[in-house]
Each structure stands twice: as structure tokens, then as C-alpha cells.
Design a protein around this ligand. Structure first.
Ligand code: G3P
Ligand code: CA
Length: 324
């Protein structure tokens, strides 16, 4: 067995194929409340290569690490600032100063208006944590890297650029570049990716702002090979939903949709989202099938996962040259 593993390791080194990246989706969000310091620390300790930050803007233009542009599903804003909702009943980060947001406590995602005890109980150990700004999280990851000798990277998603443009009149991508420059985050694929669903925002970063950070176009809908070629003009990779990668044919066998192959032909990286323990893409019936399909059949370049420990094991078992 050992000899076999050594031979395999030699093959991987010889072929020069880098191990796929394990990207912790909102932190280790299968184990702790998403985007809390607890979730990020756990992801770091579990061996993620990158930790993801979804970001939105506060009224005073601070980047807040959170998935939604609204606050009520993931914070206690309704208790702390009950009168500050808009006509639609939602509370927007864009209406609050950082000094106010930092008073809020994060909790497990709830359905609006009905706190779900089942959800609340999922992560009792990480409840009660406060909201982070992007700059706070960058300092945390940097500190953990310094103390452990690791080089875990950042994977920042701009959330709602169109919404923010309407609210503030400018592109949030431009402000992000300013912040990253101020914090001396290097535009290097080992350190930081920038991802977004909105094509225009990424094109603006590439064409007008000459952004050097590797850009990842997120995809939630079927995408043609022609569209993939267009994406290759401004992005370094795609981040497709797992559902878009494979399908079952009439014999019930799993086969590629061709998206990964088209992306690789166009020179793009492929980092699909999101691998979960209890919820598989439409074409898979187990976590093992999901891992083996994306890592061995499709040969993706990385993947988002709520379970960085399981992702790390899945990669290390197939690419045994990884040091940890
Ligand atoms: O950014 C990859 C994946 O996280 C996209 O989906 O909604 O979880 O941000 P979402
Ligand atoms: Ca995301």
C-alpha cells in the first residue's frame, strides 16, 4: 500500500498537476454559524487552502463580511434597532453605520419572521459572535498564517454590485481594490481571488480598473462554450453551481455536461460551489460520488465546501503530495 502511494505521489509530482483547492464556503459553515470568526478559525484549522468572504457595504462604506444585503436573517437587528427597516420590512446594511452594525450578534440563518428552533440549535457553540468587517477578517487570517506558517488565502465575493451602485452611485469593486491596496493584499492567485455573479462588475474590474487580482465568474445557469470564451477575456476562472457540471444520461449514468472541458479549453480555472455533507447536486446520491466526480472525472481546480475537513481528506486521499 505504501509503495503504491509513493508511486502515486511520484506520478502527481511528475505530472505537475497541482492539487485542487479546498475553499471554505463562508468558513466551516457546516460546523459553525456562517461568516463568524468561529467558522473562519475552524476552516483555517481544518486545512482549507482559502477562506471565503462574501461582502456588502455599510452606509459609511465599510466592507461587511456577510452573505445577504439585508440583516434580519443572520443578525439580531430586529431586537436592537426595531424601527430601522425599510418599507419592504427588511433591514439593509447600506442603511447602517459600522458603529451600529458592530453592536449586532450573528446567529444561525432563520426564515424571516419565524425563528427556527431547529436551525438555532444547530451551532450553539458559535452563537453570539459579532459581525466582522473585511479588514478585520484579513487581519485575523494574516495573524493565523503568521503564527502557523501556513499561507491560507482570501476568496472575496462582491455581493449585489448593482444594488450598491444604485445606493451609492459607484462600483463597489473599485472600493474593494482601494481597501486591498491599503491593507497590502497582493494581487496573487496564492493570496486572493475576487468572485462575483454580475458579469459587468468583473468586466469593469478587468477593463477599466486594470485589476490584477484573479477574477472568478460565478455561474448559476447553464452556460454555452461560446459564453465561456467570452468570460475568458476578463476572468481567470469560473465558479459554477455543482448542478451545472454533470447530468444523468438515459442509462442513469453520470456524464459531464461539457462545461468543465469547455472552461479548461478556454484556459479557465473551474471552482464549483458548494459541496455539502447532507445535500448533493442533482446528479449525485452521496458525498463520495460528488467528491470523486469533481476531483477525478472532471478534474476541477478547486471547490467550495461547507466541510473543509472532509474536502481536505478527499483531496489529500487523491493527491497525496499535499504536505498537511
Ligand atoms: O461564491 C461561491 C458560492 O458561495 C456562491 O453562492 O450564494 O453561497 O454566495 P453563495
Ligand atoms: Ca459566496
Amino acid at each position: 500500500m505504501l509503495v503504491f502511494q509513493m508511486l502515486l505521489a511520484f506520478q502527481v509530482i511528475g505530472s505537475g498537476v497541482p492539487a485542487p483547492l479546498v475553499i471554505a464556503h463562508r468558513g466551516a459553515s457546516g460546523y459553525a454559524v456562517e461568516h463568524t470568526e468561529a467558522a473562519k478559525a475552524m476552516a483555517f484549522a481544518q486545512g482549507a487552502d482559502f477562506v471565503e468572504q462574501d461582502v456588502v457595504l455599510s452606509k459609511d462604506k465599510q466592507f461587511i463580511v456577510t452573505h445577504d444585503i439585508t440583516m434580519e436573517e443572520t443578525t439580531d437587528v430586529e431586537q436592537v434597532f426595531p424601527d430601522r427597516h425599510r418599507e419592504d420590512g427588511s433591514y439593509y446594511f447600506a442603511d447602517f453605520q459600522w458603529d451600529e452594525i458592530k453592536q449586532l450578534i450573528m446567529h444561525e440563518r432563520t426564515r424571516r419572521g419565524s425563528e427556527s428552533p431547529a436551525l438555532e440549535k444547530r451551532f450553539p457553540g458559535s452563537a453570539g459572535q459579532r459581525v466582522l468587517r473585511l479588514e478585520d477578517e484579513i487581519r485575523l487570517v494574516r495573524g493565523w498564517n503568521e503564527t502557523t506558517g501556513k499561507s491560507v488565502g482570501l476568496y472575496i465575493e462582491l455581493k449585489g454590485p448593482s444594488f450598491h451602485k444604485k445606493e451609492f452611485g459607484s462600483n463597489m469593486g473599485e472600493w474593494l481594490l482601494t481597501l486591498l491596496a491599503k491593507l497590502e493584499v497582493q494581487p496573487d492567485a496564492n493570496q486572493c481571488y475576487i468572485q462575483c455573479f454580475e458579469m459587468q462588475e468583473l468586466q469593469d474590474l478587468h477593463d477599466r480598473l486594470d485589476c490584477k487580482f484573479p477574477l472568478i465568474q460565478l455561474l448559476g445557469r447553464p452556460t454555452s462554450a461560446e459564453d465561456v470564451s467570452k468570460i475568458a477575456k476578463y476572468a481567470k476562472g469560473i465558479g459554477p453551481s455543482l448542478d451545472l457540471l454533470m447530468r444523468r444520461n438515459e442509462r442513469g449514468e453520470i456524464e459531464s455536461t461539457g462545461l468543465v472541458e469547455a472552461a479548461h479549453t478556454a484556459g479557465l480555472l473551474v471552482h464549483p460551489y458548494t459541496v455539502r455533507k447532507h445535500q448533493q447536486p442533482r446528479w449525485s446520491d452521496s458525498l463520495e460520488v460528488t467528491h470523486s466526480s469533481i476531483l477525478q472525472k472532471l478534474k476541477v481546480d478547486g471547490f467550495f465546501t461547507d466541510y473543509p475537513d472532509l474536502g481536505r481528506n478527499a483531496v489529500d486521499g487523491r493527491f497525496p503530495t499535499k504536505a498537511n
